[in-house]
Ligand binder design. Structure first.
Ligand code: NAD
Length: 363
């Protein structure tokens, strides 16, 4: 990817803790831009519940237009109990789904990183997960979640029967494959494609396309694994993986499993990319209404989402590395928000954590 030194970035704080954590991420973005000599144009817009309150809908036209025009989007989180009784079609989450589908964000990147400093937060033994750094690339807009036909009917025996269709065409497989190979190239250069090719024809095609693509990426080592084994290996020896690529449903399950290996939801970023590398970046957690407004939310997942944005949409690997190093440094300094503090350990506020990352970046 060519480096973009004049990127325009749309910031969507959203609801709950969204505005609190995004404020800190924006400070970090400005600090790294100054350090690396980047000229960024930042714009802001409403999405989710905040947009419902202001405009009546979760994804206003103005927000969508700004999102289309931006090089990348940084999102906090959407949703909250005050909107739970609304009709599904106008709930805050529809704003997010609308952005994903309108912008054709088919490539979901979910890293699972366990900083050695936080190894005790995992439910697995520290030696199995300490230093874990894997990236799951999940196809986000196809597969069985979207396949037609689908539905429920009454069969010949008079009983209700439900069905879905698991299908991928080669264009869909190839484009997510490219995202994964490119990502592997930027990391440890090992890609494991996860399928169920012993049972499902659609994943035989998936496996074949991945093999075809690997000819274009001779520097990336491709391997294949059945999804049942992959689930087992993720909890047995997760550090064997670098990048994993899989379809929508397998990716949904495996990425949640991998995220939980780290035990700290407040630490994990994500990206959703289109075919040109434009992306929406967000923490994997939600709007945490239970702690909103208290100033105690962990901003690091959002700050690490900024690092992903710099790496995957703006071609600014040095700036991304600097943020990731700064996060590791503040953990080394012993700073912990409440969600990652060990029992009895003092916790810092959202702002103090942001201050520490900015200070580390600018020193
Ligand atoms: P959640 O991720 O918001 O919260 C789960 C638990 O983790 C809560 O106890 C929360 O306090 C804690 N937590 C989450 N992020 C944290 C952080 N940064 N620092 C410290 N603690 C943190 O999930 P939920 O409670 O199931 O959902 C709350 C709302 O968020 C719902 O309206 C849901 O629909 C929405 N949601 C939005 C997204 C998104 O915007 N991408 C994703 C998931 C859920």
């Amino acid at each position: 990817m060519t480096a973009n030194n004049n990127a325009s970035i749309l910031i969507l704080p959203g609801d709950g803790i969204g505005p609190e954590i995004v404020t800190q991420a924006e400070r970090v973005l400005n600090a790294v831009a100054e350090r690396e000599g980047l000229t960024l144009t930042l714009d802001h817009a409403l999405v989710g519940g905040a947009a419902i309150e202001a405009t009546g809908g979760p994804l206003p036209e103005d927000t969508l237009a700004k999102a289309r025009a931006a090089d990348a989007i940084l999102l906090g989180a959407v949703g909250g109990p005050q909107w739970d009784s609304l009709d599904m079609a106008v709930r805050p989450e529809k704003g997010l789904l609308g952005l994903r589908s309108e912008l054709a964000l088919f490539g979901n990147l979910r890293p699972a990183i366990l900083y050695p400093q936080l190894a005790s937060a995992s439910s697995l033994k520290p030696e199995i997960v300490s230093g874990l750094d894997i990236l799951i690339v999940r196809e986000l807009t196809g597969g069985i979640y979207f396949g037609q036909p689908r539905g429920e009917f009454v069969n010949d025996r008079g009983e209700r029967e439900g069905f879905n269709t698991y299908r991928y065409n080669e264009t869909e497989i190839r484009r997510i494959g490219r995202v994964a190979f490119e990502a592997a190239r930027k990391r440890g250069k090992r890609l494991c494609s996860v399928d169920k090719a012993n049972v499902l024809e659609v994943t035989v095609l998936w496996r074949n396309i991945m093999k075809e693509l690997s000819a274009e990426y001779p520097d990336v080592e491709l391997s294949h694994m059945y999804v049942d084994n992959a689930a087992m290996q993720l909890v047995r020896a997760p550090k064997q993986f670098d990048v994993m690529v899989t379809g929508n449903m397998f990716g949904d399950i495996l990425s949640d499993c991998a995220a939980m290996l780290t035990g700290s939801i407040g630490m994990l970023p994500s990206a959703s990319l289109d075919a040109d590398g434009k992306g929406m970046y967000e923490p994997i957690h939600g709007s945490a209404p239970d702690i909103a407004g208290k100033g105690i939310a962990n901003p690091l997942a959002t700050i690490l989402s900024v690092a992903m944005m710099l790496r995957y949409s703006l071609g600014q690997a040095a700036a991304a590395d600097a943020i990731e190093r700064a996060v590791s440094d503040v953990l080394d300094q012993g700073l912990r928000t409440a969600d990652i503090a060990a029992t009895g350990e003092a916790a810092v506020s959202t702002d103090a954590m942001g201050d520490a990352v900015v200070a580390t970046l600018t020193k």
